[in-house]
Design a protein around this ligand. Structure first.
Ligand code: AMP
Ligand code: MN
Ligand code: MN
Length: 340
């Protein structure tokens, strides 16, 4: 089957392209603690725009984890995250990637809200949020925002360079867990095939993203996995990052990527959780599910969000308090009809 785009998608992609013109200053941004999809999408789109003469830069609310910095290596100075507010004040257009909500833009939320320029958005999250008006390219069925940027480039006839393709490949590779999760559709693999045809070397990307970890990463996994608790009757399992472990081991929160897959991997588990204190009195919870348990709906009830099988939330309180609240709610949820 050839790769097709609906007339609505073509129109949306063209409307987005019409909002950018050569010489304009465009800021790309994504959610706090940017992941491979947010950063890979930025790396792809920033090149597609620069190739059109647009002065595009990356301005994120929190720093680029070291394993993704290779994405911007060949365009020094493009990652302006350190001066994000200053850069946003100069922007003619802001493009928000891999999230549709001001609330997830951290300390940049207010600047983006009050800036008074169009705010475009390309995203695949189910939960829509609030953003200032601007062009939208949204599809919750897409595996990754990177898949949608490929579509935007295709609809506009923008040539895909190998550098842009590498960014989009990182986006899709990471959000599909290496093409393993249920969001991996035939269409996802068709896009990935196009990216390989554009010159992406999958082994090189694999090595950059998954095989350059600091020694502290497996040590952090070891400490977190020691805390595993399993409640087989309900199909609930969770792990907790020991307070201070990230700092003590000299790693970053990005190095926790994948740890929640271990409780999720246990036979019979339907909901897996990872708890971690992100600051004094604030706890982040990562949620993953198996089967038809909708963790996005669960997270939403606590102000979080995400996807049906991968979601997150953050609550005020001590680690023990947040665990008590969330575990009680999770037990109720798994025992209720909604999660069957
Ligand atoms: P994570 O657990 O950080 O890997 O995130 C899994 C999914 O949930 C991603 O799609 C995130 O964008 C989303 N997510 C994580 N934390 C939050 C939050 N506090 N609010 C809304 N969505 C979140
Ligand atoms: Mn993301
Ligand atoms: Mn994503």
């Amino acid at each position: 089957m050839p790769f097709t785009l609906s007339p609505e998608k073509i129109a949306a992609a063209r409307a987005l392209a019409a909002a950018v013109s050569p010489g304009q200053r465009v800021c790309l941004t994504t959610h706090v603690n940017p992941d491979g999809d947010g950063l890979g999408s930025e790396a792809g789109l920033v090149r597609l725009l620069r190739d059109r003469g647009v002065d595009a830069v990356v301005t994120n609310p929190t720093p680029t984890p070291s394993r993704f910095s290779f994405l911007f290596d060949d365009i020094p100075g493009v990652d302006r995250t350190g001066e994000a507010v200053k850069e946003l004040r100069k922007a003619d257009l802001i493009i928000v990637l891999d999230i549709s909500d001001l609330g997830r833009l951290g300390m940049l939320g207010e600047t983006v809200r009050d800036r008074g320029v169009p705010v475009a958005c390309i995203d695949h999250h189910v939960s829509s949020g609030v953003l200032p008006p601007g062009p939208r390219y949204l599809d919750a069925a897409a595996a990754a925002t990177g898949e949608l940027i490929f579509e935007v480039s295709l609809a506009n006839g923008w040539p895909l360079t190998i550098e842009a393709a590498c960014g989009l490949y990182v986006a899709i590779l990471t959000d599909t867990g290496g093409f393993r999760f249920s969001n991996t559709r035939p269409r996802t693999l068709r896009v990935a095939a196009e990216l390989l045809e554009a010159g992406v070397d999958p082994e090189q990307i694999y090595l950059e993203v998954y095989a350059r970890a600091p020694e502290g990463r497996p040590r952090l996994f070891a400490e977190a996995l020691q805390t595993l608790v399993v409640e087989p009757d309900l199909g609930l399992a969770w792990v907790t990052v020991p307070p201070g472990a990230i700092e003590r081991l000299g790693v970053s929160s990005d190095d926790l990527d994948g740890v929640v897959e271990f409780p999720r991997s246990i036979e019979g588990i339907r909901m897996a959780l990872l708890f971690r204190e992100v600051s004094q009195g604030r706890v982040k919870v990562s949620l993953r599910s198996v089967g038809n348990v909708d963790v996005a709906a669960f997270a939403k009830a606590f102000g979080g969000g995400g996807h049906t099988k991968a979601a997150g939330l953050a609550l005020a309180g001590s680690l023990a308090e947040v665990q008590a609240t969330i575990l009680t709610a999770a037990r109720d949820y798994l025992g209720s009809d909604g999660a069957r």
